[in-house]
Every structure is written in structure tokens, then in C-alpha cells.
Design a protein around this ligand. Structure first.
Ligand code: DCP
Ligand code: MG
Ligand code: MG
Length: 574
């Protein structure tokens, strides 16, 4: 008997997060480190540590001093130069992408990947023999039926949320359950490949949207996976697992608002309900706070710098509504940014030198990530410069914009509360074409770029001759023009921008630790270069057509209306 037809509007999404990523990069180089407590140092903090170190009481973002007290035999490695992390990240991305059909594989930061595996799952569900589900075969290649792996389609692979589901499923949820079972086996297989072939472990979430896959993935860490079980819809006699799962999460765990906005929300919730513990405010606490809805959330979260429609967007996230697509696979990043932070940076010559070193790294990175040699379809990353010259190299994408950003420290005497929230200021200009000249040396190009572009930009940002007391200098190229024939567009816009924003805030948290651990009057810290290539979409948000909800009047994108109504029907349960 053929399997029942599947609904084709529901996506199946996997979210990968590598375990202790930076530490794993060192472990992959030197496997002996796997057995030792290992911490990666940036400035004065442990930016991450392996799980052996965590077993011994170390934490991410701990001060180095503290870590040494907690675990005197901790092995500390320096992780300020991000080159190797970026290279590993790109390599693992290309590796995992190689298994997935279609182009919907999106990288978020260095250590996360979303993949839309709907096509693979639908195809495999269609081939199942319902009389012998326990002896199924997962096909990884439509052309070659021998490529794949055997699995038991009667069970979910790995842990689930909830641990057991006793609900009797509707027909739609039974189909979904089958697809999720298949996806759980695919996730297990990919994790195995990642570990066997690359030496990395990851934690995976399996569900129907980026939001749910990401949040459920964090339930079992490390080296594990979690499938969010149906029922996804609410009906008589059972509650939606989506809602009960999200309700039990802390509000901070919901991607889409960073730490600053979640603090605002937490403070609002705890002020209106004193019995809520401010360290454990859950999605449920927020949803049940009187008056909370899209417009109140907009009032709490909106304001300068907040994403458009944040109230409505966040309201949807709180109910598990996220229809953003996984962005299309890219061969080139959407921007490349290089930055360094300083204990003290106040004289012009020092700034010029720093910009020189940032520019050289930036140009080197552009050559690495944005060019391809004629003979090398995977890009030129693995080749030395000499070989590149000989084989002939061309630019896959040319950034159009150069951006200089700085974070000045507030002047002494300014409001104390502001000293915690340094803000970034930036200036952009067209990127001069000469930087694309591959015959010129990196250092010569960097010198010219600083002299002719970066210094004039710096003067526009900081009109005073001195006294800026800079904490961060960042030089980036953005606004990529892809070369004809290589066009791959990214469209998981809406939420990926919000996810991205949260990532950026993470960086600030770590920087705040850095300044807390340093005497700010010490001379400039050792200038090691941190950099980041972003592969996420940075385009403008699409304008989606909305319709008013007949119950609450909120404007909802038409495709989300069903989920929104579901919220109304389920909210009676609370
Ligand atoms: N990172 C950073 N600054 C931060 C947070 C993270 O530089 N404030 C870096 C170091 C991490 C990497 O990003 O290795 C990925 O971040 P995760 O939060 O995913 O942390 P890990 O992968 O290290 O650990 P986990 O096993 O908890 O995912
Ligand atoms: Mg990680
Ligand atoms: Mg991560």
C-alpha cells in the first residue's frame, strides 16, 4: 500500500549548532586536546570551552582568572585570530550542504546552519513500504538508489520533546509525525557523518520552522538532537506541543530579540506581576501578562534601531508562527567585516596603524572568500597565492561599499548608566575599484585604501583631532554585486535578520566582559584581529500582503492566518 499523500505546504527544517565550536576547531587540529579541559581565550575571557572543561565547572564567557581558579589544569589556547574558525565554518557548511537537495541551506554566524530538507523527506516518505516500516532505506540520491542508509521508520531517532506523546493524532499530524521521524533519522545520519568525516559534533533541532528547529535543538546538548513531536495544532482533548513547548521556554531563548530588548520585556513583565522570578521569565509569563499583544509589544520593544513591526513579529514568534524560508545556499558571503577591540586607542598614528592591519586582513579575506580560480569550482580558498596567479583568478562577487565603524567610549562624567551601552557609529563610502587588483600586493593595496578611503572616513566620523578613546575599530565591505552567472539569492529575510541581530548582541556581551576584566587606562591591548564574514541575507525585508484577523483585528500575513487563528482557539486553554 502506498503511503498516504503528504501535505506539501509544511516544511521540514533542521537546525545545527556545533558543540563548543572554537574549542572543537583546536581539537580537530590536535585530537589529544579532546581528553583535556580546554578553554579558548579572547582578551581576558573564556570565549568557549570544551565539555570536559564544562564538566569541571568552567563556563562560556567566564574570566580567564576565574577559570584558572576553578580548574588549575585547564589548557588555554588563544582564539583572537578568527581565520581558522571561519575556514572551518565554511568547510563544514560546504560539507553538510553537499548532502541536501535543493539550495535551502543557510549559515548563521560561524556555528549554526539551517537546512530545509522537505524535498528529501517528501520523496523518501513516498517510497516507504508501509508493511515493513522497520526496514526502511533513506535515499540520499534520486539518481543512485544505492546511496543512503537503512533505518527504522516506526520510531523517532534520538530524544524528543515531549519525551513521549500520548495524544491521538489528527490525520494531518500523523503525516507530520511520519515526516519528522524521517527527518530525525536524517539528522542522526548527518551528525554521524560530521563526526566521522570531519571530527565535529553538533546539536540538532528538528521541526517545521527555523524558529522551532532552533529552539528545540537546544533542549539536549551536546552531541544530540531533539525532535518536536506533533500535535502541532490544538484541538479538543489535546494541547499543541508547539505552544506548550514554547510556553515553557525562557523568553531569552526565543531568537529574535537580543539581550537589551529582552531585558525591557522582562522588566515590564516583572513589574506587572511581582510573583514572576526575573531570572526565569518564560514565554508563558509574557503571553499571560495582561494587555500583552502586538501593539503593547511594539510599545515595549519598538523605538530607534528596533526592527520594523517588532511587536507583531515577536507576538508571532511567541506563538510559534515563523514562516521565513531558509535562505538559499550562497557561494559568497554577504559582507566581510574585520574588527579589533582595544583597551585604549586615542592617538591618530595608532589608529592609522590599526586601520592598516585591518585593511590588509580585509583584502586578504576578500581574496579568500570572493574569488574563484578557473580550474577550481569550489573557490580558491585552498590554494596559495602563487598557484592562484598561475591558474587565473576571477572575482565571484564585488562589494560596492566600504564601511568604517567605531565604538567610542563615553566621555568621563557622562551618565553612568550609559557607560554600559556603548554604541557603534559608522560611515560608508563606495569601495575603490583598485582593491580588486590581484596583481598588486595586499600591503600596497591596504596602504592606499587607508590613505585614500579609511582616513577620510575616520575624519568624518570623528571630527575632533583626538580624545576619541576608541574601544572598537571595524572595517567592512558590504553590498555585494555578484558576478553574472553566479547569482544565488538569499531570501530567508525577515527572521534571519532578527537572528543576526541577536548574534551581534552576543558579541557585545563578550566585549562587556572584556572591558570589565581590563583596566581601561592601560595602554592599547595587543592588536589581534577578529573578523567575520557574514553569509546571511542583508537585503531589505519583503513587503508581505497582510489581512486583518477577524478575532483581534491584528494584521497577519495571509499565510500565517491559520496559525494565528489556532492561537486564538488554543488561548482558551490558558
Ligand atoms: N562566540 C564568541 N563570542 C560570544 C559567543 C560565542 O566569540 N559572545 C564564539 C565562540 C563559540 C562560537 O562563537 O565557540 C559559537 O557560539 P555558541 O554559543 O554556539 O557556543 P559554542 O559552540 O562554543 O558552545 P555550545 O556547545 O554551547 O554551542
Ligand atoms: Mg555552538
Ligand atoms: Mg551557536
Amino acid at each position: 500500500m502506498a503511503a498516504a499523500p503528504l501535505r506539501d505546504d509544511q516544511r521540514i527544517i533542521l537546525h545545527f549548532d556545533y558543540d563548543c565550536f572554537y574549542a572543537s576547531v583546536f581539537e580537530a587540529e590536535q585530537p589529544i586536546l579532546k581528553t583535556l579541559p580546554l578553554a579558548v581565550q579572547q582578551k581576558q575571557i573564556v570565549v568557549t570551552c570544551n565539555y570536559e572543561a564544562r564538566r569541571r565547572g568552567l563556563r562560556k564567557l567566564q574570566l580567564i582568572k576565574e577559570a584558572k581558579q576553578v580548574c588549575p589544569d585547564v589548557v588555554i589556547v588563544l582564539g583572537e585570530d578568527l581565520t581558522k574558525f571561519r575556514d572551518a565554518s565554511k568547510d563544514l557548511y560546504l560539507f553538510l550542504r553537499g548532502f541536501v537537495w535543493g539550495e535551502r541551506v543557510e549559515k548563521l554566524g560561524f556555528d549554526e546552519i539551517f537546512m530545509d530538507v522537505t524535498d528529501m523527506i517528501t520523496y523518501n516518505a513516498g517510497l516507504l513500504n508501509s508493511n515493513d516500516l522497520a526496514n526502511s532505506f533513506f535515499h540520499l540520491d534520486k539518481q543512485d538508489p544505492t546511496v543512503g542508509f537503512a533505518f527504522d521508520a516506526t520510531t523517532v531517532y534520538g530524544p524528543t520533546y515531549p519525551v513521549e506523546s500520548e495524544a491521538t493524532l489528527s490525520e494531518a499530524d500523523s503525516h507530520l509525525y511520519l515526516k519528522l521521524r524521517l527527518a530525525s533519522h536524517l539528522a542522526g545520519y548527518l551528525r554521524g557523518q560530521l563526526e566521522d568525516q570531519k571530527g565535529y559534533t553538533a546539536t540538532v533541532g528538528i521541526s517545521t520552522s527555523k524558529l522551532l528547529a532552533k529552539v528545540v535543538g537546544s533542549v539536549h546538548k551536546p552531541n544530540s538532537q531533539t525532535t518536536l513531536l506533533p500535535p502541532y495544532g490544538s484541538a479538543k482533548g489535546h494541547e499543541s506541543n508547539v505552544l506548550s513547548f514554547l510556553d515553557s521556554r525562557e523568553i531569552r531563548a526565543i531568537p529574535g530579540i537580543g539581550s537589551k530588548l529582552s531585558r525591557k520585556l522582562i522588566s515590564y513583565v516583572t513589574t506587572s506581576n511581582q510573583s514572576v522570578d526575573e531570572d526565569k521569565v518564560t514565554v508563558r509569563d509574557v503571553r499571560l501578562t495582561p494587555g500583552v499583544g502586538p501593539s503593547l509589544l511594539e510599545k515595549i520593544l519598538g523605538g530607534p534601531g528596533a526592527p520594523r513591526d517588532i511587536g507583531m513579529r515577536f507576538w508571532r514568534l511567541l506563538h510559534g508562527v515563523d514562516n521565513t524560508q531558509v535562505g538559499e545556499a550562497r557561494d559568497t558571503p554577504t559582507q566581510i567585516s574585520i574588527e579589533n577591540s582595544y583597551g585604549y586607542l586615542n592617538d591618530f598614528e595608532a589608529v592609522r596603524k590599526e586601520m592598516l592591519s585591518l585593511s590588509a586582513s580585509l583584502i586578504r579575506r576578500m581574496r579568500m572568500d570572493l574569488t574563484k580560480s578557473h580550474s577550481d569550482p569550489e573557490g580558491s580558498a585552498s590554494q596559495g597565492p602563487e598557484l592562484r596567479e598561475r591558474t587565473g583568478v576571477r572575482w565571484l562577487a564585488r562589494p560596492r561599499t566600504l564601511r568604517l565603524s567605531t565604538i567610542p567610549r563615553p566621555t568621563p562624567g557622562s551618565d553612568v548608566t550609559q557607560t554600559r551601552s556603548y554604541s557603534r557609529i559608522s560611515h560608508s563610502a563606495p569601495l575603490p575599484q583598485y582593491v580588486f587588483n590581484l596583481d598588486e600586493s595586499v600591503d600596497a593595496l591596504a596602504e592606499r585604501l587607508v590613505q585614500e578611503a579609511a582616513i577620510p572616513m575616520f575624519r568624518k566620523l570623528h571630527r575632533e583631532r583626538t580624545g576619541w578613546n576608541l574601544r572598537v575599530l571595524n572595517l567592512a565591505v558590504t553590498n555585494m554585486a555578484e558576478a553574472a552567472g553566479d547569482g544565488k539569492h538569499n531570501s530567508g529575510r525577515d527572521i534571519s535578520k532578527m537572528f543576526q541581530r541577536q548574534e551581534t548582541e552576543h558579541k557585545y556581551i563578550s566585549s562587556a566582559h572584556i572591558s570589565a576584566g581590563q583596566n581601561t587606562s592601560v595602554p592599547q591591548s595587543s592588536p589581534t584581529v577578529a573578523s567575520e564574514a557574514s553569509w546571511e541575507s542583508d537585503g531589505e525585508e519583503e513587503n508581505m500582503p497582510c489581512v486583518p484577523c477577524t478575532i483581534c483585528g491584528a494584521m497577519i500575513p495571509h499565510f500565517a492566518l491559520l496559525a494565528h487563528k489556532l492561537y486564538h482557539s488554543s488561548s482558551k486553554n490558558y
